[in-house]
Design a protein around this ligand. Structure first.
Ligand code: GN1
Ligand code: MG
Length: 362
C-alpha cells in the first residue's frame, strides 16, 4: 500500500505526534503489520491490517483484546508494577472511539510500539519453563476478569465438534480416501469418549472455561535486552476455553522430538524434558487459581492436543484437503500419522506425567 494511504489510515487514530514514516514490520502469517515512526519524542506505533477471513467479527475481536489488556493494566497499576507500558499492549482508539477503523472494506488497528525488545524462537527446557510460567501468569491475571469474552474462532478447541467434523467426513467420503485410513479412524474412535472428557466435565459443572491465549509459544512473548519477560503478544485468539488449550497445544508442538509432518515416525516422540520444564513453570504460576480437576487433567491435556490435531488433519485428508495447505497429495495423511504417533508416545508417558504433576503440588 502507498505511504499516502497508510498515513491516511493512521490519521484516523488518536495518536500523539506527527507521522514521519509507515514501514513494514515483522513477518506475521495472518495479519499485515507496519511500524508507524513518529517525529520527536512521541511514541512510535504499530499499524495492523486485521485478517477478517480468519477473524470475521472485528467488533468482538477488539472488544476481547481491549478488555484483556485493560484488566491486566489495572492489576499492574494496583500492584505498583514499574514500566507498565512495556508489560502490556496498549491499543489506540480511532477518532470515533472504536478500537478499529474500516477503510475500503478492510479493518485496521493501532497499538503503541514497545521499543528495545527481543524475541526468542528456540524451544529448550529453559525457554519452555519461561513459557509455562508466563502463560500461567497471564491466565491467572485474567481469572477474575468481570466481562464475558467472545469466541473469536467458534468451537476452535471443542473436541466434540472436531469429532463431529471427522464423522461427517467419514460419512461423505468425498475424496474416496476412507478405505486406506479406516484403521486410523478406528483408533481415534476407540479414544473418542475419553478425549471428550473436557466437554463432559464442563456440562457437569466441574470444569470452567477461562480466558486462555490459545497460541502458546515462545515467539508470542516479548523479552527485554537482558532476557527478562516483558509481555504476552498476539492476542487475537484470546478467548474462553478450558485451560488445557494453553497447556496442551504448547506441548503438542514443543514436546515433539520430530516435525509435525515427519515422514519418519521414529523421529516423533513425546519429549519429557520439555514437559517437565514447561509443567513446572506453568503450575508454579497457575496453581493459585487452578482447581483440583484442572490440575489432575493436565496430563490428559498433553494427550488431547495431538489427538485433536490427528482428528483435524485426518478429516481434512478424507475431505480432499480443503482446509490446511498441503505440499503434496498425501501431506495431510503424513501429518495425521505423525500426530497419532505423538499421541501414542504421550499416552505411554501418562504415568510419568501424572507423577511429575503430583510432585509439583507436594
Ligand atoms: C493452524 O496455521 P497455523 O499454524 O497458525 C490451526 C491450528 C493448528 C495448526 C496445526 C486457525 O495454525 O489450530 O493447530 O494449524 N489454526 C487454525 O499446524 O485452524
Ligand atoms: Mg501458528
Amino acid at each position: 500500500m502507498e505511504q499516502k494511504d497508510l498515513k491516511h489510515i493512521v490519521a484516523q487514530f488518536a495518536i500523539e505526534g506527527n507521522v514521519a514514516e509507515v514501514k513494514p514490520l515483522g513477518n506475521g502469517l495472518i495479519n499485515t503489520t507496519y511500524k508507524v515512526v513518529t517525529e520527536g519524542s512521541a511514541p512510535d506505533y504499530v499499524l495492523q491490517h486485521i485478517n477478517t477471513a480468519i477473524f470475521p467479527d472485528v467488533e468482538m475481536l477488539m472488544g476481547n483484546i481491549v478488555a484483556v489488556t485493560g484488566h491486566i493494566r489495572k492489576k499492574y497499576e494496583a500492584d505498583g508494577v514499574a514500566d507498565i507500558d512495556r508489560r502490556v499492549l496498549s491499543f489506540v482508539p480511532a477518532n470515533d472511539g472504536k478500537y478499529y477503523y474500516e477503510h475500503d472494506g478492510k479493518f485496521w488497528r493501532v497499538m503503541v510500539f514497545i521499543p528495545d525488545t527481543v524475541s526468542q524462537t528456540a524451544v529448550t527446557p529453559e525457554t519452555s519453563r519461561i513459557v509455562g510460567e508466563t502463560f500461567g501468569h497471564f491466565q491467572a491475571m485474567l481469572a477474575d476478569i468481570p466481562v464475558q469474552l467472545g469466541e473469536t474462532i467458534k468451537d476452535f478447541h471443542n473436541m466434540e465438534f472436531r469429532l463431529q467434523q471427522l464423522r461427517e467426513a467419514v460419512a461423505e467420503n468425498k475424496a474416496g480416501r476412507l478405505a486406506e485410513v479406516q484403521w486410523l479412524v478406528d483408533e481415534l474412535e476407540k479414544r473418542a469418549e475419553e478425549m471428550c472428557k473436557g466437554e463432559r466435565l464442563h456440562r457437569e459443572g466441574v470444569l470452567p472455561k477461562r480466558i486462555c491465549h490459545c497460541d502458546t509459544k515462545v515467539d508470542n512473548i516479548l523479552f527485554d535486552k537482558d532476557g527478562n519477560v516483558l509481555c504476552v503478544i498476539d492476542l487475537d485468539t484470546v478467548m474462553p476455553n478450558f485451560i488445557f488449550s494453553d497447556f496442551g497445544d504448547f506441548l503438542r508442538s514443543a514436546a515433539n522430538t520430530g516435525a509435525e509432518d515427519d515422514k519418519d515416525l521414529d523421529n516423533v516422540n513425546f519429549n519429557m524434558d520439555i514437559f517437565r520444564a514447561f509443567a513446572e513453570g506453568y503450575v508454579k504460576s497457575a496453581k493459585c487459581f487452578l482447581t483440583p480437576v484442572e490440575i489432575e487433567n493436565l496430563p490428559y491435556a498433553a494427550c488431547l492436543f495431538p489427538y485433536m490435531q490427528t482428528v483435524r488433519f485426518l478429516a481434512d485428508y478424507i475431505n480432499g484437503d480443503t482446509y490446511y495447505k498441503t505440499q503434496y497429495a498425501e501431506h495431510n495423511l503424513v501429518r495425521s500419522k505423525a500426530q497419532f504417533k505423538l499421541l501414542q508416545s504421550a499416552e505411554a508417558a501418562l504415568p510419568a506425567m501424572k507423577a511429575f504433576i503430583a510432585e509439583q503440588l507436594g
